[in-house]
Write a protein that binds this ligand. Structure first.
Ligand code: MTE
Length: 701
């Protein structure tokens, strides 16, 4: 018999928890472990025995996309209409939630999975019929992935869901409670019943520095980032918004890509057909996240929203696949460049997990644009983390447009409607504050010029620089060096061995330093110059640009400069005065605050801040491209709340210290005054431990 659902949810309804009830953990499993079919579609509606309440709801898309928050709050109080309601189970006496509201068993919910015409989800202890929300959901039909089970693991991936108004939108679709017999001691479906969307994610290289584990976002450590021209696949940075879709390797050639033309015609190609039908091409191209170096902007200009990337949300690879323009021509699109009717169109890409983004069609069709549908990376099958079995590669543009696990292309008169196109990857004026006008700013496409220092060696350490080569290390005044490309594993170091007993008053004359890094500009613009300063910008010199493309081991394939330029520099540091390290020099009795003393070398010091002032110097790099675009001096001038396009001069502060302790001779130690990894290393250690545990079967991935 159908139970009537109250027209307006009682005020206390949402906060009412279920009382503890005995639970059979094994019966609560909502999902059998599966890779779900990645082409989840609602095209095969399935008749369900349970009638569900259809409501005259206001489509909430505008509430999120258009930002009508007030409307969404009002919408919460809108009527849940009557109609045929599901069969409710008997409410056990241990359940003190509103008895007039229907109860559903997990088995009922399971029947309303992604392929159902009436998808349901569970959030906390409540059941929602999201049928009317799917179309309007700003994240697209990714919401269907959770249908038939708990939405929480998916919900928690997107911070937007934490906003109260979003919860209120969901609350419009409540149809009942999870039956108390299916709840755990905390009043929620037991953990075993909740699917982990990331359970099939690949195992990653433990050297990666991880920012978030689920979804995985990680960058290579500086010492690995540009050690070779092509970043090895296992160290290529990873930027996921969701989980990694599962595609069986043996069936990769059957993976289908659909192409929808402006007239609505849809063509379908398998990867096998793409390989057989079109010539394959190679392209050397960087992928760079618009948030690369965001942490730099945060430290130098203010709080930014987003993953706090260091200098490693960028990597370089050789991609292989077929040209998008060949595919579009075959599908029936007029691909003659700059057709008036195509120049204002967009190529929208969708990935199998629901991510989507777009590029202007002229870039897709440009004969020199090199846009690929790639199935190989650095000569190997595309790794799962980087889009297996197929991804778009849009050289010169922000990597957010290089959609992974590509299964749909739509040629449209508008940009992709996803938040990743219309929101996240945009930039604003420094004055526009935390709530900029998202619609006014154009989506980021071509990237501006940037560069970074990835390795620093000082003093004796430069003997370890792999590209310095033997005895040349003893002659630091010679700046131009033959680069030994057979680079041995290197150590980024900041320490020179003790030289003087006792400690000197200044750092040595001619203290040698070696630096290395990368420079890159979007739009295929070649890097023409890299400027380096060792004294905070007072004086400048030019770095040597490594001509990797001329190296037969790393040939470049491209119509324009889509890859990065690695650079090297050697020089001598300015002489700096050297403070003593009080904790190692002064006897404990003299380390009391306010007590004047001698530092052991006849210099008067006071622990009330009268020690010789610590002197540091700042290493700087900035690059210029073939259009004479160069990097801005500071992040303050380009600050934006999203922390996108953090391309200011890259600075690394290094400070000398004199140490002497435990009866050992004193010496000069150079430290970075600031950790430009910003604590990532500690996190990387933790992740490494987790990976080791996973490998030994003791823990998660
Ligand atoms: N494609 C899909 N399907 N899903 C994603 O989350 N992330 C985008 C882009 N393509 C993304 C995607 C972003 S923001 C970036 S920076 C690049 O992929 C990262 O590519 P990578 O992980 O291979 O380095």
């Amino acid at each position: 018999m159908a139970t009537r659902f109250p027209r307006i949810a009682p005020r206390g309804f949402l906060n009412h928890g279920a009382r503890r009830a005995p639970v059979n953990l094994t019966t609560c499993r909502l999902f059998t472990p599966r890779p779900r079919p990645i082409h989840s579609s609602r095209s095969t509606p399935h008749k369900t025995r349970i009638p569900t309440p259809r409501t005259a709801r206001v489509a909430p898309v505008g509430l999120l996309v258009g930002g009508g928050l007030v409307a969404s709050v009002l919408a919460f109080f809108q009527a849940h209409d009557t109609g045929n309601l599901p069969e409710a189970s008997i409410t056990p006496s241990a359940d003190d939630r509103d008895p007039t509201i229907p109860r559903f068993r997990l088995s009922d919910v399971r029947k309303h999975g992604p392929d159902s015409s009436e998808p349901w989800v569970i959030f906390e202890d409540k059941v929602y019929n999201i049928t009317d929300w799917v179309e309007a959901h700003p994240g697209g039909d990714v919401i269907l992935r959770a249908a038939g089970g708990c939405i929480e693991p998916y919900w928690n991936i997107f911070t937007i869901h934490k906003a109260p108004h979003v919860r209120e939108i969901l609350d419009q679709y409540i149809i009942g409670f999870v039956d108390v017999a299916d709840l755990g001691p905390d009043g929620r479906p037991v953990a075993e019943a909740i699917e982990d969307p990331f359970e099939n994610d690949p195992v990653r290289d433990p050297r990666l520095i991880t920012h978030t584990i689920k979804p995985r976002n990680a960058e290579p450590p500086n010492e690995e980032l540009d050690r070779t021209f092509y970043t090895p696949n296992e160290l290529f940075y990873i930027r996921h918004h969701m989980w990694v879709p599962v595609v069986e390797e043996a069936k990769a050639d059957d993976f289908a890509l659909t192409v929808e033309l402006p007239d609505g015609e849809v063509k379908r190609y398998t990867i096998g057909e793409l390989k057989a039908k079109f010539p394959t091409h190679k392209v050397t191209a960087v992928l760079q996240c618009s948030g690369n170096r965001r942490n730099d902007m945060t430290r130098h200009a203010g709080k930014t929203n987003g993953l706090q990337w260091g200098v490693g949300a960028i990597s370089n690879a050789e991609w292989e696949g077929v040209r998008l323009s060949d595919l579009l021509a075959d599908a029936g699109l007029d691909t003659t460049p700059a057709q008036p009717d195509t120049s204002s169109l967009h190529a929208q890409f969708t990935g199998a997990e629901a991510y989507s983004a777009s590029i202007p069609l002229p870039k897709a069709l440009s004969p020199t644009g090199d846009v690929l549908l790639a199935f190989k990376m650095n000569g190997e099958t595309l790794p799962r983390d980087h889009g297996f079995p197929l991804r778009a590669i849009v050289p010169g543009n922000v990597a957010a447009r290089s959609v992974k696990w590509l299964n749909k292309i739509v040629i449209s008169d508008e940009e992709a409607t996803s938040q990743w196109q219309r929101r996240d990857y945009k930039s604003f004026g420094p004055n526009e504050g935390p709530n900029p006008d998202w619609d006014k700013a154009p989506s980021i496409q071509e990237m501006p010029v940037t560069s970074a220092i990835t390795g620093v060696w000082v003093g004796d350490c430069i003997k370890k620089v792999p590209w310095m080569g033997g005895d040349k290390a003893d002659n630091p005044s010679s700046k131009r060096r033959t680069i030994d490309m057979a680079a041995t594993p290197q150590k980024v170091g900041f320490t020179s061995k003790p030289k003087t007993i006792p400690c000197p008053e200044t750092t040595p004359d001619n203290e040698p330093i070696a630096l290395q890094g990368y420079a890159y500009s979007g739009g295929g613009r070649k890097i023409t110059r890299v400027d380096v300063s060792l004294d905070g910008g007072a004086t400048w010199d030019q770095a040597e640009l490594v001509d990797d493309c001329s190296n037969p081991a790393t040939p470049c394939h491209c119509n324009r400069s889509w890859g990065w330029t690695r650079w090297r520099y050697t020089g001598t540091l300015p002489v700096l005065s050297l403070p003593v390290s009080t904790t190692t020099i002064l006897p404990p009795v003299l380390q009391k605050v306010g007590q004047d003393c001698e530092d052991g070398f006849g210099r008067s010091v006071s622990l009330l801040g009268q020690l010789p002032k610590k002197q540091c110097t700042t290493l700087i790099v900035k690059a210029t491209d073939e259009s004479y675009n160069t990097q801005p001096e500071s992040h303050k001038g380009i600050y934006n709340v999203r922390g996108n396009l953090a391309t200011a001069w890259h600075r690394v502060k290094i400070c000398p210290e004199c140490t002497r302790g435990n009866g050992k001779p004193g010496g000069v130690t150079w430290n970075t005054g600031e950790t430009y990894g910003c604590g990532f290393r500690k996190q990387a250690e933790e992740v490494r431990e987790g990976m080791k545990a996973a490998a030994s079967g003791k823990g998660g991935k």
